[in-house]
Design a protein around this ligand. Structure first.
Ligand code: SF4
Ligand code: SF4
Length: 384
């Protein structure tokens, strides 16, 4: 296993971190319920520790608030070998008392006296002002002075301008962003990696495989990989795209099976799985792979947002992005899950009243109403 320095906090972590939001599950389709398959999850987490993984990422809300419980049980007796990082959701941060009570619950669930790094979960531009006003960072500083947490960070899914604003506001110990070779010009973009590195902020990457989508390339993509003289799996290509950045401390993999975990460990244990591992020729291969994936998208939405705001709150480009991702990657699980979260914010396609306002504004002349129906049909039905 390769190890890297964790920003200004200075400790070493395994370059491969285990994300605990995709633990193995038992699904009851009739009741539309799912729960963590505890036996398999414990085996997975303990195997990871045995193989030298020292970084475990979870969140209060993952797996309907049970991920922390399972992780805590799995790491019983192993606490000193690992770093535990978890996240607090904005929804519980109404008062200073709420923030503290929630942390106390998390510590109990994780069976530990301290969290290595405590994150504000999924800061988004619309809640950023409220985070500042509610003095959430100040509350975390107090927790740190009491030894309940050792570092302060945030996770982020969003665009570069707001990321820059948040990153420069406070001397964060770490930040966690979505990146992979498909997102170099999306989400916070590859530029965010360099910005975090310049500030000494440990950088942790989530979604390196786009929710697993990049692991199963369609034939058009596989042919590009096969034509390259060095043979490696699609998973290895995707990870090496991130391993090559020296600013990244750890790359999270949300493994579900022991086989996936073993494959990941093998990739991160190679002697050349170090910064600078991707040659220019290999970077060109990944650019070609990205362009080919993008050519498979079926709705020509550019994400310009001229159609917004929809009076019913539908986030039209967001729906199309989820659908296109499902089509591009030939797998809809990740997109369905994302769409379920959009639904929780009433941004999915279901409230559309077919008023037609958006269609008149779309420079691509997309039949938005009809495409929203197609997307909704393909994306609905995820069981969390
Ligand atoms: S047609 Fe549907 S998506 Fe478009 S603006 Fe009207 S309600 Fe919103
Ligand atoms: S206006 Fe058209 S291209 Fe632009 S985001 Fe909306 S649907 Fe996509």
């Amino acid at each position: 296993m390769q190890y890297r320095t964790y920003g200004k906090l200075g400790f070493k972590v395994s370059a491969l971190g285990m994300g605990c939001m995709r633990l193995p599950r038992i699904i009851d389709a009739q009741k539309r319920e799912a729960q963590v398959d505890k036996e398999k999850a414990l085996e997975l987490i303990r195997y990871a520790v045995d193989q030298g993984i020292t970084y475990f990422d979870t969140a209060y809300g993952y797996h309907n608030m049970t991920s922390e419980v399972v992780l805590g049980e799995a790491l019983e007796g192993l606490r000193e070998k690992v770093r535990i990082v978890t996240k607090q959701p904005f929804g519980v941060m109404k008062t200073q008392g709420d923030i503290r009570r929630n942390l106390e619950q998390t510590l109990k669930k994780l069976r530990t006296d301290y969290i290595d790094v405590y994150l504000i979960h999924n800061i988004q531009a619309p809640i950023w002002e409220a985070i500042k006003q509610r003095q959430i960072i100040e509350a975390y500083e107090q927790f740190r002075s009491e030894g309940l947490i050792r570092g302060i960070g945030f996770s982020y899914h969003g665009l570069l301008p707001a990321f820059k604003d948040i990153l420069s506001y406070y001397p964060w110990d770490m930040c966690q962003i979505q990146q992979n070779f498909m997102d170099v010009d999306r989400e916070a973009t590859a530029e965010a990696i360099g910005l975090a590195g310049q500030r000494g902020c440990a950088l942790v990457i989530m979604e390196p495989l786009r929710g697993g989508s990049l692991a199963y390339p369609p034939p058009q993509i596989q042919r590009i990989y096969d034509a390259y003289p060095v043979k490696r799996s699609a998973v290895a290509w995707a990870f090496r795209h991130l391993i090559t950045y020296p600013e990244i401390s750890t790359i999270l993999s949300g493994v579900t099976t022991l086989q996936q975990l073993k494959e990941d460990i093998e990739i991160f244990s190679q002697p050349d799985a170090v910064p600078g591992c991707l040659s220019e020729a290999e970077q060109r291969i990944l650019s070609q792979v990205k362009a080919t994936y993008e050519s498979l998208a079926s709705i020509p939405c550019t994400g310009c947002e001229y159609c917004l705001p929809c009076p019913q709150g539908v986030h039209i480009p967001g729906v199309f992005r989820q659908y296109n991702d499902g089509v591009m990657f030939g797998a809809f699980d990740q997109s369905k899950r994302g769409y379920m979260f959009m639904g929780r914010q009433n941004q999915d396609a279901s409230p559309c009243k077919a008023c037609g306002t958006c269609e008149a504004l779309c420079p691509q002349h997309i039949p938005i109403i009809q495409e929203l129906q197609t997307a909704h049909k393909a994306l609905k039905g995820w069981i969390e």
